[in-house]
Design a binder for this molecule. Structure first.
Ligand code: ATP
Ligand code: MG
Ligand code: MG
Ligand code: MG
Length: 564
């Protein structure tokens, strides 16, 4: 591609709305443009990167005999009502009506649609296992769309669905996906960790997340250096899965709990793990009483709290309940019909908002309230970054102090079990003619988010440094002075030669100052650079890699050897 023809509207200034390097650089390099919040247009260079990632994903999916299909982004509400997720999914789902008032949504994920696709056709164990995938646009009305492609409202995902006759088969499919995902992210050049995930809205049991390591990652990861344990904070804090039958009990209920005071005692009383409790810690900060609501198995250390509240550590102290009552006239305690009269700022760990039917103290001796839900029973200021997995927590597997790091969730694999096949009736006849439900898995890769994650890991102050595998072009040939005929002719000749050799090449033939061209080349991050300048008449060019910038003058005949 000749750059004189390329649509690449670069920006010199850092756009003010962009906080993360990937967001800034994608905008500055003219790879994406924002349409509205969380919705982006992909320009020529940006789209090429996405296609590269998609091709890697495709190759690795095809290699494990997953077959590509393409489903509609528009999905009928009926299917989601059948699975029970129409209500569960909440405001993240974009919903719409057709002219006959029939309800639809723009697919945030496709479990229902794939289950529906196979439920009438797959009838025999002979048709299983089956693995299907698509690379498609997903829609989620994220509460806080931000960071460009990282958390968008319209984004590209590869989603695969596996169908097996039994649990063993499902686990085998899961392992195949796991290995394919390791290949995908390695080929994209990413440094990543695989961590135990939170099964959240997908339901089912086991899940793992593929986390690209990055200081700006939205997920906190706790990992053990001694064994293979690694988990996201979500998982580490919410091990307790609320039972289906509890979801039915919609109103919180006060329960007499004699002699159940400590978490351990209450835990025994309810036969539920500490993760199903919410507890409240009271702090005094700057004359303000602050209540921090967290999952019951956690302790807040002061450092984190200081970070959350933005107050210096020495101004913080644990508040005594009696003193709080006196000073504020507030009842101390949360959830249920509790009065927070004045003077208390309630800060809620975001994970609490996702828990359903949990247990809290009733603010009355020997009583607790169960089936409490956030928002219905109490409300507070939600803090997303309240980090609860801490450096030094013990590894649940081997007891070694854990380390923490931040990561970007680029992929997620799930063992769904029978959740969708049972609600949607996807069954098959086994060898003995017995009807059974299909074991399913669902496996996502954030294609557009992966592009952003690669930039987070590969950039410097001058721009992006694409790994060759996902670079929009392999080589950029810069003609230093386009008014010089020798330079122009050599540049064009080399361009044709390299293209013929199968390389993807940009030729900077623009009538611009050399400095501008070099700056753009740095910014867009093409990995291999050939500069045609003063020594064109001698067939000598400058060769360098964007990665280290080390320049060498070489003869034009050596270029291909250098690249290979
Ligand atoms: P997150 O925890 O970041 O909200 P998720 O767990 O909700 O992501 P999944 O349902 O597991 O996402 O979807 C599969 C993959 O799709 C994720 O691993 C991620 O890479 C990508 N993805 C999810 N939400 C977004 C988004 N809003 N923008 C871009 N990519 C996304
Ligand atoms: Mg999400
Ligand atoms: Mg997630
Ligand atoms: Mg996920």
């Amino acid at each position: 591609m000749k750059m004189s023809r390329l649509y690449m509207p670069t920006l010199r200034e850092v756009p003010s709305e962009a906080e993360l390097p990937s967001h800034q650089l994608l905008l500055r390099a003219g790879m994406i443009r924002k349409l509205v919040s969380g919705v982006y247009s992909y320009l020529p260079l940006g789209l090429r990167v996405l296609k590269k990632i998609e091709d890697i994903v495709r190759e690795e999916m095809n290699a494990i005999d997953s077959q590509e299909v393409l489903m509609s982004a528009i999905q009928p509400a009926e299917l989601w009502k059948e699975s029970g997720r129409w209500d569960d999914f909440g405001p993240e789902m974009f919903r719409l009506y057709d002219r006959n008032q029939r309800e639809f949504c723009l697919g945030p994920t496709h479990e229902e649609i794939f289950t529906d696709l196979i439920r009438y056709e797959v009838k025999s164990y002979k048709q299983l296992p089956l693995s299907l995938y698509q690379i498609q646009t997903k829609y989620r009305d994220e509460k806080r769309p931000r960071f460009g492609l990282m958390r968008a409202r319209e984004f590209i995902m590869k989603d695969a669905y596996t169908f097996d006759i039994d649990e063993e088969g499902m686990k085998k499919s899961y392992e195949d996906m796991w290995i394919a995902y390791e290949k995908i992210f390695s080929r994209c050049g990413l440094k990543f960790k695989v961590v135990q995930g939170d099964s959240g809205a997908m339901g089912g049991n086991a899940s793992h997340e593929f986390m690209a390591m990055s200081e700006y990652g939205e997920s906190e990861i706790a990992y053990c250096d001694n064994c293979d344990y690694a988990a996201t904070d979500e998982k580490a804090d919410c091990l307790y899965e609320i039972k289906e039958e509890n979801r039915e009990m919609l109103v919180s209920e006060k329960v007499h709990t004699p002699n159940a005071k400590t978490i351990e005692e209450v835990s025994k009383f309810f036969h539920a793990p500490a993760e199903s409790f919410v507890k409240t810690l009271l702090y005094m900060a700057k004359d303000e009483v602050v209540a921090v609501v967290i999952p019951g198995n956690r302790e807040l250390n002061e450092i984190k709290l200081v970070k959350v509240l933005g107050v210096p550590e020495h101004e913080l102290m644990m508040a005594d309940e009696e003193a709080v009552k006196e000073a504020t006239g507030a009842e101390v305690g949360f959830a249920g019909p509790i009065n927070l009269k004045k003077g208390i700022r309630v800060i809620v760990d975001s994970r609490v908002t996702k828990m359903v039917n949990f247990i809290v103290g009733a603010n009355e001796t020997d009583y607790h309230i169960k089936n409490v839900n956030y928002e219905r029973d109490f409300k507070g200021e939600v803090i997303d970054d309240l980090l609860l997995v801490q450096e030094g927590d013990r590894c649940p597997k081997c007891g070694t102090p854990l380390k923490t790091d931040r990561g970007i969730e680029v992929g997620n694999i799930f063992q769904l079990g029978l959740k969708y096949s049972s609600t949607l009736g996807a069954t098959f006849l086994d060898e003995n003619g017995k009807e059974k439900e299909i074991f399913m898995g669902s496996h996502g890769v954030g294609v557009s988010r992966t592009a952003a994650a690669v930039i987070e890991q590969f950039h410097d102050e001058n721009g992006i440094i694409w790994p060759l595998s996902v670079a929009p072009y392999h080589v950029i040939i810069t003609i230093v002075n386009t008014k010089n005929e020798e330079q122009t002719l050599l540049g064009e000749r080399l361009y044709n030669e390299l293209v013929k050799a199968g390389l993807e090449v940009l030729l900077d033939d623009r009538n611009e100052r050399a400095g501008v061209k070099f700056k753009d080349a740095d910014l867009i991050g093409v990995p291999i650079r050939v500069t045609v300048g003063k020594r064109a008449n001698e067939e000598v060019v400058e060769f360098s890699l964007r990665r280290d910038g080390e320049k060498a003058e070489i003869n034009t005949g050596e270029i291909l050897d250098k690249i290979r």
